[in-house]
Design a protein around this ligand. Structure first.
Ligand code: RFL
Ligand code: PHB
Length: 382
């Protein structure tokens, strides 16, 4: 098979790029290791920046998002019993969209038709400095795709990043994870609540008015089995202001998992004719809701660079890595800051704790600081 662009990984990054290229008449194929149901079973992001929503519309897959997603003009930050609203719309002029990654991925799959091949194994990007091609096996048979460019959109554990020689990796791991629970209950608050408490961080999020998503910070040594539903709800309540905890509606969990928190950037995001995008090149802790959004901005830059290339201008592709990384590092900074601000760190000195409290006090007392949070949360310009 020959296509113009061969894409490894059928998560949001790979699918969105393929769909955008398709509308420009540029051929691509997406190679995905897992089945469609498996990918759609992974409960991940829920908050989309306004720029990402625009890109979904441009890709012709924004209709259900606009009909069923919720526009959020603010978020709450709780500090013990105190609740502060961040007026995103008022401070930044923009809002965010609450629409699950699962739904967005489903919309992309529905638009993709035959362009995704599921169940591929032993995927290898090759010929990166000359004529690129991807080898893989499907149902035990060897196969090959020749292309002009290979896109590594295969997530943090994918193979593409390993093909980049002289890559520099920057990162840190945090000494805790997030235990997430999805439940068919009405959300406790119409807007997200990020809560700092002496027992650790908690987040009240949602997917719709009948589907809630809650998270609590847990030690890395914990597993989901350590947290039966009753124990989870009791701990969540202890980490929320009493007035919020009192109106929390609990119910059986329909998904429960623990994700470790990590900051990671690999650079450059290009080697010859291979370009990395999304989690394949960078990971953020979920506190600022930036992971999927940073993937989307990569796709924006890559899509425009590839479209320009096929229109005769090669400069965009050469500048892709630098352009993408400049925005990725801003998302890294914001996610690291939100994480540092709101979590309980096990080895924190009294000095560090005082600074953390002061950072939050300052935020609540300064419109400039609130504005900075708001402009980052809704998404910096592409
Ligand atoms: P993905 O989604 O990991 O997709 C990569 C795909 O590549 C496939 N793959 C391979 N295919 C072929 N051959 C191989 N060798 C392959 N190796 C892997 C995988 O099966 C997979 O389908 O990366 P992508 O597309 O770059 O998308 C990134 C996002 O998924 C990620 O950044 C977000 O989910 C992060 N994230 C959040 N981001 C936000 O912007 N807002 C949020 O509110 C938010 N909340 C979250 C999150 C991530 C979380 N977890 C579990 C990590 C909440 C959580 C709990
Ligand atoms: C989610 O709803 O899954 C979610 C929302 C906001 C975050 C992280 C995750 O910061």
């Amino acid at each position: 098979m020959r296509v113009q662009v061969g894409i490894i990984g059928g998560g949001p990054s790979g699918l969105l790029l393929s769909q955008l290229l398709h509308l420009k008449g540029i051929s691509s194929v997406v190679l995905e290791k897992h089945s469609r149901d498996y990918v759609l079973g992974r409960i991940r992001a829920g908050v989309l920046e306004h720029g990402f929503c625009k890109l979904m519309r441009e890709a012709g897959v924004g209709a259900r998002m606009d009909a069923e997603g919720e526009v959020h003009e603010g978020i709450f930050i709780a500090d013990g019993e105190e609740m502060h609203r961040v007026d995103l719309q008022g401070l930044s002029g923009e809002s965010v969209m609450v629409y699950g990654q699962t739904e967005l991925t489903r919309d992309l799959y529905n638009a993709m038709g035959e362009r995704v091949i599921h169940g591929v194994e032993n995927v290898q990007p090759q010929g990166l400095l000359g004529d690129p091609f991807i080898t893989y096996t499907l149902n035990g048979a060897a196969a090959r795709i020749d292309c002009d460019f290979i896109i590594g959109a295969d997530g943090f554990h994918g193979v593409s990043r390993q093909a980049i020689l002289n890559i520099t990796e920057h990162g840190r791991t945090y000494p805790f994870g997030w235990l997430g629970v999805l439940s068919e209950t009405p959300p406790v608050s119409p807007e997200l609540i990020y809560s700092k408490s002496t027992r650790g961080f908690a987040l009240c999020s949602l997917r719709s008015q009948v589907l809630s998503r809650y998270y609590i910070q847990v030690p890395l040594s914990d597993s989901a089995e350590d947290w039966p539903d009753e124990k989870f709800w009791a701990e969540l309540k202890r980490r929320l202001p009493v007035a919020v905890a009192d109106r929390l509606v609990t119910g059986p969990s329909i998904e429960k998992s623990i994700a470790p928190l990590r900051s990671f950037v690999a650079e450059p995001m290009q080697h010859g004719r291979l370009f990395l995008a999304g989690d394949a090149a960078h990971i953020v802790p979920p506190t600022g809701a930036k992971g999927l959004n940073a993937a989307a901005s990569d796709i924006y830059y890559l899509y425009h660079a590839l479209a320009a290339y096929y229109a005769g201008d090669e400069a965009g592709l050469a500048g892709y890595s630098d352009r993408a990384l400049a925005r990725v590092w801003k998302a890294q900074r914001f996610s690291w800051w939100m994480t540092s601000l709101l979590h309980r760190f096990p080895e924190q000195s009294s000095f560090e704790q005082q600074l953390q409290d002061t950072d939050l006090d300052y935020l609540f007392s300064s419109e400039c600081a609130m504005k900075s949070l708001a402009e980052n949360y809704v998404g910096l310009p592409y």
